[in-house]
Write a protein that binds this ligand. Structure first.
Ligand code: DAH
Length: 348
């Protein structure tokens, strides 16, 4: 058989094999077998040394041509098989983005936290600082510095959990007033703070009493602070919390740490003031205690009460939330019943 015929045979066999291959692996094997060092192509080329000088270039270029044909055929088949493989992979790994996903249950911020956050935002917007006090407090700050000396009858108003004779669980957030006043540097500007946090009382838990609840204390001290400032500030807060149409009213009251002291009512948001079961047919709902900081309290904190004056208020966070959402039992806040908590989805 002539070399030329050998080459043509080789080409035809190669093309047939390449055409019938189904995998990249097989294709690679064919390439090695035919074009590799030990393959028939190399053998044919080796046989060229026996040819005459005039035949050699003719057969040589023919051999190259055939090798190129085979190489090209392999390359084309390779591209084809790769595409087939990719298609198959894509088909197997197909993701159906229209399938509904697994639902991850989303939590809800506790209604009390929501309420406290809202109150904080209102006062931050008015330039107040938020101060954190101590839940475990000294009798001295909780009572004495708030103008409630030992044997003062007002101590009975707040049944206290004592830890030692001098240390207790704070019964209100008011001690934060004293702690803030004694360190405030008035050369930096007026004192404007609120202090939200837990307070504790030896109450028997029922629908309206809890041995632990949350208050928000407020305090502003500067030169020339008046009751008008107090009323204006509370009006802003009440309107934001309960609605722009709400009015407030101040009633004389008594707290040892304020003089004069007031109780603050908001016009009933259910009936608008005409009288209903929520406001007990009075048109008004009591929401907080407040007053002008007692001169004794200022003086005990090292502030000259002739030069400075201030207002303070204390508000119960649970009470605000109960009124806003019509919650009729304070114990709901602490029982962690999902059915209760989930109702308060926020629009954050
Ligand atoms: N500390 C009072 C309480 O717990 C609430 C209160 C009333 C705070 C009047 C004040 C205030 O700052 O001015 O019952």
């Amino acid at each position: 058989m002539t070399l030329k015929k050998q080459l043509e045979d080789l080409r035809d066999r190669a093309i047939k094999n390449i055409d019938s291959t189904l995998t990249l692996n097989d294709l690679n094997q064919i390439r090695v077998e035919i074009l590799g060092k030990k393959g028939p192509m190399t053998e044919v080329l080796r046989g060229m040394k026996d040819l005459s000088a005039s035949e050699r270039p003719v057969v040589g270029s023919y051999a190259n041509e055939i090798r190129d044909v085979i190489t090209e055929k392999i390359e084309k088949k390779k591209i084809f098989l790769e595409a087939v493989k990719l298609n198959q992979t894509l088909k197997e790994e197909k993701i159906d983005v229209t399938l509904s996903g697994k639902k991850v249950p989303q939590g809800v911020r506790h209604v009390l936290s929501q309420t406290l956050n809202e109150i904080e935002d209102i006062f931050l917007g008015m330039g107040y600082e938020i101060i954190e006090g101590y839940e475990v407090e000294k009798d001295y700050y909780n009572f004495e510095r708030m103008n409630i000396p030992k044997e003062h009858p007002a101590r009975d108003m707040q049944d206290t959990f004592y830890i030692t004779d001098d240390v207790l669980l704070r019964t209100h957030t008011s001690p934060v007033q004293a702690r803030t006043m004694e360190v405030h540097d008035f050369s930096r500007g007026p004192l404007r703070m609120i202090s939200p946090g837990k307070v504790f009382r030896r109450d028997t838990d029922d629908a309206t009493h809890s041995h632990q609840f949350n208050q928000v204390e407020g305090l502003v001290v500067d030169k020339g602070i008046t009751m008008g400032d107090l009323k204006g500030t509370l009006e802003v807060m009440v309107k934001k919390m309960f609605g722009q149409e709400r009015k407030i009213r101040l009633r004389p009251s008594y707290f040892p740490f304020t003089e004069p002291s007031v109780e603050v009512d908001v016009s009933c948001f259910k009936c608008g003031g005409t009288g209903c079961n929520v406001c007990k047919h009075t048109g008004w709902i009591e929401i907080l205690g407040a007053g002008m900081v007692h001169p004794n309290v200022l003086e005990m904190s090292g502030i000259d009460s002739n030069e400075y004056s201030g207002f303070a208020f204390g508000l119960g966070a649970e009470r605000v939330a109960m009124l806003r959402y019509g919650i009729n039992d304070i114990r709901h806040f602490y029982q962690n019943d999902f059915r209760f908590l989930e109702q308060f989805k926020i629009k954050e």
